[in-house]
Design a protein around this ligand. Structure first.
Ligand code: GLN
Length: 544
């Protein structure tokens, strides 16, 4: 009996950053549009147990799932493309695999055997790959293997794929993504790196079934045929993956190349209905044909690596499309803003978003930014540390507690308006110990957030240790900063708003993780809407 779930492995060669995650997500989108239930998993070959302890400069943003897993940012792409939630099982690292195997060894579970990479580590990799399929929820599981084939740390994963290809009753194919560089001097596209990369896979005993060739220029049929010949692949299974102006174009480009059909043929699955992508293409059309423009400042301290704010930037694109508005994101380094230069740095903006973050660096710049947004009535959206900074700013400049701070930055402040949550006090380990994942929140009807969500009971994802100090709540509310969202189970303040302002919202959670192409996040949608409105009003005032 063939296994009921089919598997697609996505590997990468030649260089990193070729966009395996986007190719995997685009393929999944096409299969989903044909009626298959699909999920995507990422296997990361590094030794961190999860990316939660990584500095954003290392791999960009850490994405958080509903069930509280801190994961690779590719999971964000999977959710944004598929509009389906992922979970802990969708991201596995070498660190987690080894931790599990070593814990079992300490329990004595291997009964005196020598514990080795093959079979113990590879068996655990295979078990994790099959976990999602075994839920019975998916027709197809796509497993993306991080890194580049040929890396020492990728070897056990490629070996696990080799074993699975030979396993009876396990239906799988391998899609390998490589680069075809263009040499300007000779005016040629070069296939040699692809040939070498496939050889490398073959050395490990894995013959790819499909090749996707990342390229800046259109591939000729001749190039495809040459690659097919040298790499033992049918010409129709050599797919061009050309650079796209938007990542959301890639499903259409892959469809035009017939990737989904080749995949289904190889998995012996039918492909009667053409995927229409109607709703998807409507959004894409709005992204490409905006009617208005708005300028949004994204203020953070990791802006040198924009991937640090991947989900926020994508949520802004979704919300812009929903408003038929092109959003120019102005990336502003929080370390560069202070009360003296705030006007110079921020006055051209129609809306200001202050980003999440950790630690002291850049915090005063965030506070100065928020003071400017509050006083100048510029729509403001604060996320996590951005919300905490808004609370600190209000305490310092409106409540006149000049020494207010978060105990994260200043342990002994006399006005700890943001402080460590009770449940966090005894925790010393850093990995996986924050308040993580989905928590409920009850929102007040007379608020900007209610206007956005249009419901009072919401659930959003969290990733933080510090919280609003309820001791100050009344003082804040009397002075005009209202808690409009509260966790019903423990009374934590999850949302603050300033009444006397066009749109000033700070949220302790991370709404950006739940924004998808088809379901843009309501808070981002209304933030962009408010920014456009204020822009229009300002233009009218100026012309009068
Ligand atoms: N550093 C803050 C905390 O731990 C905010 C975290 C964040 O912005 N994700 O509470």
């Amino acid at each position: 009996m063939p296994s009921s779930t089919k598997y697609i492995f996505v590997t990468g060669g030649v260089t990193s950053s070729l966009g395996k995650g986007i190719i995997a997500a685009s393929l999944a989108k096409l299969l989903q549009a044909r009626g298959y239930s699909v999920t995507i998993q990422k296997l990361d070959p590094y030794i961190n147990v999860d990316p939660g302890t990584l500095n954003p400069y290392e791999h960009g943003e850490c994405f958080v799932t509903d069930d509280g897993a801190e994961t690779d940012l590719d999971l964000g792409h999977y959710e944004r493309f598929l509009n389906v939630s992922t979970s802990k099982a969708n991201n596995v690292t070498t660190g987690r695999i080894y931790q599990y195997v070593i814990d079992k060894e300490r329990e004595g579970a291997y009964l005196g055997k020598t514990v080795q990479v093959i079979p113990h580590i590879t068996d655990e990799i295979k078990r994790r790959i099959k976990l999602l399929g075994n839920t019975g929820n998916y027709d197809i599981v796509i497993t993306e293997i991080g890194g580049t084939v040929g890396d020492i740390e990728s070897l056990p994963y490629v070996e696990a794929v080799r074993q699975l290809k030979w396993e009876p009753n396990f239906d799988c194919i391998v899609l390998h993504l490589t680069l075809v560089p263009f040499l300007a001097a000779s005016g040629e596209l070069k296939t040699k790196p692809t040939q070498h990369s496939v050889k490398q896979l073959l050395e490990s005993g894995v013959q790819p079934d499909i090749l996707a060739l990342r390229t800046e220029h259109k591939l000729t049929q001749g190039v495809k045929e040459k690659v097919a010949l040298f790499c033992n692949i049918a010409p129709e299974a050599v797919i061009q993956a050309i650079d796209a102006s938007s990542i959301y174009d890639v499903p259409n480009l892959m469809k035009a190349e017939g990737l989904d059909k080749v995949v289904l043929d190889k998995l012996s699955l039918p492909h009667n209905e053409e995927p229409l992508l109607t709703a998807w293409n409507k959004v894409l059309d709005k992204i490409k044909n905006p009617k208005h423009t708005v300028n949004i400042g994204l203020v953070g301290k990791y802006i040198e690596l924009k991937d640090s704010y991947k989900s926020i930037a994508e949520a802004i694109i979704h919300a812009g499309a929903n408003n038929e508005t092109k959003v120019n994101i102005h990336w502003i380094h929080s370390e560069g803003v202070n009360n003296d230069n705030a006007a110079e740095k921020l006055s051209n903006l129609d809306g200001i978003l202050v980003a999440p973050g950790f630690g002291e660096r850049g915090i005063e710049g965030k506070i100065a930014t928020i003071k400017y947004a509050r006083e100048k009535q510029i729509p403001f959206f604060g996320i996590c540390l951005g919300m905490q900074a808004a609370v600190i700013e209000f305490a310092r400049n409106v409540l006149n507690h000049a020494d207010s701070h978060s105990t994260e930055m200043e342990a002994n402040t006399t006005n700890p308006v943001i402080y460590l949550m009770e449940e966090q006090r005894a925790i010393t380990e850093k990995g996986g110990t924050m308040r993580l994942g989905a928590y409920p929140c009850k929102i007040l009807e007379n608020s900007n957030v209610f206007d956005a969500y249009n419901e009072t009971n919401i659930s959003e994802r969290h990733r933080h240790r510090y919280e609003f100090n309820n001791k100050y709540k009344e003082e804040f509310e009397t002075a005009g900063m209202k808690a409009t969202g509260i966790n019903p189970d423990n009374n934590l303040v999850e949302i603050v708003e300033i009444e006397d302002h066009p749109w000033f919202v700070g949220v302790q959670f991370h709404p950006e993780y739940k924004s998808t192409v088809i379901n843009p996040h309501p808070l981002f949608v209304n933030f962009i809407k408010a920014s456009s409105l204020v822009k229009e009003q300002n233009m009218q005032t100026a012309s009068n």
